[in-house]
Structure formats: structure tokens, C-alpha cells
Design a protein around this ligand. Structure first.
Ligand code: IDP
Ligand code: MG
Length: 140
């Protein structure tokens, strides 16, 4: 498969515990390249827009609060089959179900404070990347 891009967020539970490097190492060890990265504190509006697909879910309010509770690191990852590869190295949403060695198995605190976000499709990856980065900020 050709090179592909995906979007990643290192979530507030991970930045709070100083795990930015440890999480990034897992991504790099999986063959993903960080081609853009920025540490930011999401605004309420940014978090609401980013998680709009989950608006009707009961956890939406808590999710937006959590994602604005501290700094995050937004990243563009590049590599072969990057969307699927990132989902694999992230592990299942609930860390209790995540495979050993995955980011969530090793680092997540709970199903909501689960250390990382990763796009679930190439189409969503493009939309998510476009929310945070311009093309000239992505250097492959
Ligand atoms: P994903 O992050 O593995 O793609 P999604 O289903 O897209 O999982 O959910 C987005 C985020 O919402 C999760 O990463 C997690 O932080 C939070 N979340 C998902 N399900 C629950 C839940 O049942 N309770 C609380 N938070 C949840
Ligand atoms: Mg998702």
C-alpha cells in the first residue's frame, strides 16, 4: 500500500504524566513517522467540533471536558497503511480490552482517559488533519 497519513492526539492524561515521548516512541517503533506535531490546549469549540460525531452519545460532555482539561499533542503520522497501523498500536478503546504492548494497554487510565486518539478511516484522517494543520506545516 502507498504511504498514507493519519491524525493522532496524545490526550491530557498522557501529557499530564509526561508520557509524550513514551507514546511517540510506540508510534515510531510501529513504523509511523511524525510529520507534524504541535502541543496545544484545545478550546471548548475545537473539542466539540472534533468529537461532533459523538454528540448524541451519553459521554460526549465528559469527553469534551476531558479533552480540554490539559494540554494535548496533535500529530500527523505518515507511513504505509498508517490509519490501520496506528489503530493497531493504539489498542482497543477500553484499556481492559487492549492487547498487551499497545499504547492503551500500557498507558491508559480508563476508557475515557485512554491516552491517544487515532483516526478511524482515511477519509476522517483527512478531515481531522485539516482541522489542525495546513499543508505547509506537514513535512514528510
Ligand atoms: P476510539 O478513540 O477508540 O476511536 P471512540 O468510540 O471513537 O473510540 O470514542 C472516542 C473517545 O470517547 C474514546 O477514545 C474515549 O476517550 C471516549 N469514550 C468512548 N466510549 C466511552 C464510554 O463508554 N465512556 C466514556 N468515554 C468513552
Ligand atoms: Mg474514534
Amino acid at each position: 500500500m502507498a504511504q498514507e497519513r493519519t491524525f493522532s492526539i496524545i490526550k491530557p492524561d498522557a501529557t499530564r504524566r509526561n508520557l509524550t515521548g513514551a507514546v511517540t516512541k510506540k508510534l515510531e517503533d510501529a513504523g509511523l513517522r511524525v510529520v507534524a506535531s504541535r502541543r496545544v490546549k484545545l478550546t471548548q469549540a475545537q473539542a466539540e467540533k472534533f468529537y461532533e460525531v459523538h454528540k448524541e452519545r451519553p459521554f460526549y460532555g465528559d469527553l469534551v471536558s476531558f479533552m480540554t482539561s490539559g494540554p494535548v499533542v496533535v500529530q500527523v503520522l505518515e507511513g504505509e497503511n498508517a490509519v490501520a497501523k496506528n489503530r493497531e498500536v493504539m489498542g482497543a478503546t477500553n484499556p481492559a480490552d487492549a492487547e498487551a504492548g499497545t499504547i492503551r494497554a500500557e498507558f491508559a487510565e480508563s476508557i475515557d482517559a485512554n491516552s491517544v486518539h487515532g483516526s478511524d478511516s482515511a477519509e476522517n484522517a483527512k478531515l481531522e488533519i485539516d482541522q489542525f494543520f495546513t499543508e505547509d506545516e506537514i513535512v514528510g
